[in-house]
Design a protein around this ligand. Sequence first.
Ligand code: FES
Length: 119
Amino acid sequence: MDLRRHNFLLVGDDAYFVFVPRDMQPCLVSARCAHRGGPLHLARFDDASGCLVCPWHGSRTSESRLRSRALESRLEGHHLRVQVAAGPAVPIEPLDRQVLANGDRLDRVRATWNDRASS
Ligand code: FES
């Protein structure tokens, strides 16, 4: 998926969002909170604890836990090559959605790609 245009992936009924941790290495993580399925892409990132705070009931999910549940992927330039375990009949759709969980980190990563492209 082209991270300049997409930050969200639907795989059938499962939703994933591009999470950019503090080390700025994007990965694709489940948008479903482990507590009761709340929208983790709309979570707030707490810099002090390094956790996402779910907007529904306030559960905290650490960066390391998010990474451990991330889809297998590899960053090649601005493309994230993602390994998805889904049958051929399962629709896969990259999207651009409102994602609050990264603050402005994805924008900063995108800006570096645009800088490289213009130089
Ligand atoms: S659904 Fe996320 S804290 Fe309850």
